[in-house]
Design a protein around this ligand. Structure first.
Ligand SMILES: [Cu+2]
Length: 171
């Protein structure tokens, strides 16, 4: 007796699941890879609407800065750098959360992109674990340093939260 009641319900549930699955599959599937038979839709790749796109917004008054280090300072290597952040929170890379980001240290970099993730190399140092301090070895001479807050995917916020680009002299 129970079976006869449960069975129709079970079938209905499975059907619903399949229908939903098919819908989701069309959006996220490899639309470009398979020029399959009855694909009526030439949808743009932007169809993955559930994934957050674009730059993360930042509070307008957010500010990032070096603590205890100013333009024109003379330091010895390695220099300890401390990152200050006001008006926003520190979050590890990969965490999509409004009003947060992680620090990026730009060494001898004049300009940086805002329309894509920041590069990752010796001159663009990511602190994706949420670190707010580092020790940096620098060759003697003049160097510029700048902090840029990056969002969960390493892209500068909108508006950009960056420090002044300071020049220091390394002895
Ligand atoms: Cu990053």
């Amino acid at each position: 007796m129970r079976n006869s009641i449960l069975r129709p319900l079970g079938i209905a549930a499975i059907t619903a699941t399949l229908a939903l699955g098919a819908c989701g599959g069309q959006n996220t599937g490899d639309a470009e890879g398979s020029s399959g038979a009855n694909s009526t839709s030439d949808k743009q790749p932007e169809a993955k609407s559930s994934l957050p796109q674009g730059r993360l917004a930042a509070p307008g008054d957010a500010r990032v800065y070096f603590i205890g280090l100013e333009d024109g300072d003379t330091v010895s290597s390695p220099v300890t750098l401390r990152f200050g952040l006001e008006g926003a929170g520190v979050a590890p890379a990969g965490m999509h959360k409004e009003g947060t980001g992680h620090h990026h240290l730009l060494v001898d970099v004049e300009d940086f992109p805002t329309d894509r993730p920041l590069p990752a190399d010796e001159q663009h140092i990511h602190f994706g674990g949420g670190q707010t301090q580092t020790e940096l070895e620098l060759e003697p001479g003049e160097h510029t340093l700048q902090l840029v807050l990056g969002d969960w995917k390493h892209q500068p916020h909108d508006p950009v939260v960056s420090s002044e680009r300071i020049t220091i002299m390394v002895e």
